[in-house]
Design a protein around this ligand. Structure first.
Ligand code: ATP
Ligand code: MG
Length: 249
């Protein structure tokens, strides 16, 4: 899948990924003030796929998503999303079917759950269909929701807009395992039922791999491991050792 010879675990030949290409990244370089913290990144997301982007703290996961969502101008490489090569500002992408859920929760705490959902691009009813848990919280001010409920609200709002590509950065940050599972299940369902292509950054490696189709592991801004999620799930020790190696630096 990628041309880098250093990869320790590219997908086995003979297991091609199917589906329409929603995101194709070649040689992406991204960073701050002209200095790259992510380099040579090749990555793909197909329709109906959940793809996990993994790596230790500081590996460059958020930087990658910021560059893909257009918040950060890439320093190099090519990003083709929904068949278009041109980069466009985020509001244009969102009109064109790309939804970005950033690391920080983006709710307006003074507004009710319902009004927050109305700020999205899609119908409130569809948001509630994805996340029925929000029904009983519909009139509550979003600032009074728990962290997990706020994150469900963010995800429901993004999915209700029927994006064709979802980019989500650490949906599960600081949340209990049960909520993490629930959020990931919702993403999986959106991919299965609506054909959404999802690229998710996730710290909970095992949970992420168990619902994903494919995964990429970044280490210090470079891709070091890639493969079908089921295969990487079977090599969990190896994946986790990459995290530990970074933590020891
Ligand atoms: N605004 C910024 N200016 C300069 N450097 C930054 C900025 N934001 C992040 N970095 C640096 O870029 C590198 C990658 O950071 P990034 O946030 O992409 O990592 P991450 O994989 O998302 O980590 P985490 O799991 O902690 O969220 C880190 O060395 C970080 O210090
Ligand atoms: Mg991050």
């Amino acid at each position: 899948m990628t041309s880098t010879g250093e990869l320790q675990g590219a997908a086995a030949p003979g297991t091609p990924r199917t589906g329409v290409l929603r995101l194709k990244v070649r040689g992406l370089a991204a960073g701050y003030n002209g200095a790259a913290v992510v380099s040579d990144l090749d990555l793909e997301v197909h329709a109906g796929e959940v793809v996990a982007l993994l790596g230790a703290n500081g590996a460059g996961k958020s930087t990658t998503l910021l560059a893909l969502s257009g918040v950060l101008a890439p320093l190099g490489g090519e990003v083709e999303w929904l068949g278009r090569t041109r980069m466009a500002p985020l509001h244009v992408r969102s009109r064109n079917g790309v939804a970005f859920v950033p690391e920080s929760r983006s709710i307006i705490s003074g507004l009710t759950t319902e009004d927050n959902l109305r700020l999205g691009r899609g119908p409130v009813e569809l948001a509630l269909e994805y996340v029925p848990e929000l029904k009983r919280l519909i009139k509550r001010r979003a600032g009074l929701l728990s962290g997990g409920e706020q994150q469900m609200l963010t995800l429901a709002r993004a999915l209700a807009g029927r994006p064709r590509l979802l980019l989500a950065d650490e949906l599960s940050l600081g949340l209990a395992p049960m909520i993490v599972e629930r959020l990931l299940t919702i993403v999986r369902r959106a991919a299965d039922e609506e054909g959404i292509g999802a690229l998710i950054v996730e710290q909970q490696v095992q949970s992420a791999l168990s619902i994903s189709d494919h995964a990429y592991v970044l280490r210090r801004g470079r891709l070091v491991l890639e493969g079908p999620a089921a295969e990487l799930h079977g090599r969990l020790d190896e994946v986790e050792s990459l995290y530990l190696a970074d933590a020891a630096v």
